[in-house]
Design a protein around this ligand. Structure first.
Ligand SMILES: [Zn+2]
Length: 173
């Protein structure tokens, strides 16, 4: 399907008109009138080519949720998250973030007035951890000295949601 779309766009007669970046034969008929200025034959060709060039790497997935959107963007977000954690805003009690091995992985140690936490990056979560929908947290914050009932906190930097992990015996080794 992508290949047919690519061929149709690539071979459309509007390619010979330097004024046109798509026409009603190839692309514009499929967009509402108001979206046409944002519709580009060139952009469409580039996107389809990217997919077709990488077709041998395409993997089947059960659901869209499972797709790791962009590993590069993720590590960028994770880096920025740790940086933001490190910088103490004016008026807030000082805190520090240092490198620390957590569960055999390169992680972090957060020292703050509100408590100290061990931070483990990239943690797979699932039913074993009391998480119904399997997912991978960017960071898991373990309270260093958990209060009774206190649970680790999962951080997802791409949607910035915070999920407490509901389980008793889930602590770093
Ligand atoms: Zn055309």
């Amino acid at each position: 399907m992508f290949e047919k779309a690519y061929d149709a766009l690539k071979n459309c007669t509007c390619q010979n008109d330097p004024e046109k970046d798509g026409c009603y034969r190839c692309l514009l008929a499929y967009r509402g009138r108001h979206d046409q200025q944002n519709t580009s034959r060139h952009a469409a060709i580039e996107l389809l080519k990217l997919i077709l060039d990488n077709r041998e790497h395409i993997k089947r997935t059960e659901k869209l949720d499972a797709i790791r959107i962009n590993r590069l963007l993720e590590s960028e977000l994770e880096g920025r998250f740790i940086e933001a954690l490190r910088r103490t805003p004016d008026g807030e009690p000082p805190r520090s973030v240092t490198h620390h091995v957590v569960n055999g992985k390169e992680g972090f140690y957060l020292r703050s007035e509100l408590g100290n936490y061990l931070i483990e990056p990239q943690v797979e979560l699932g039913p074993t951890q009391g998480v119904m929908v399997p997912s991978r947290a960017d960071f898991l914050f373990y309270p260093e000295r958990p209060e009774p009932g206190e649970v680790p906190i999962a951080i997802f930097t791409d949607d910035m949601s915070i999920t407490p992990i509901q389980t008793q015996d889930f602590a770093p080794a």
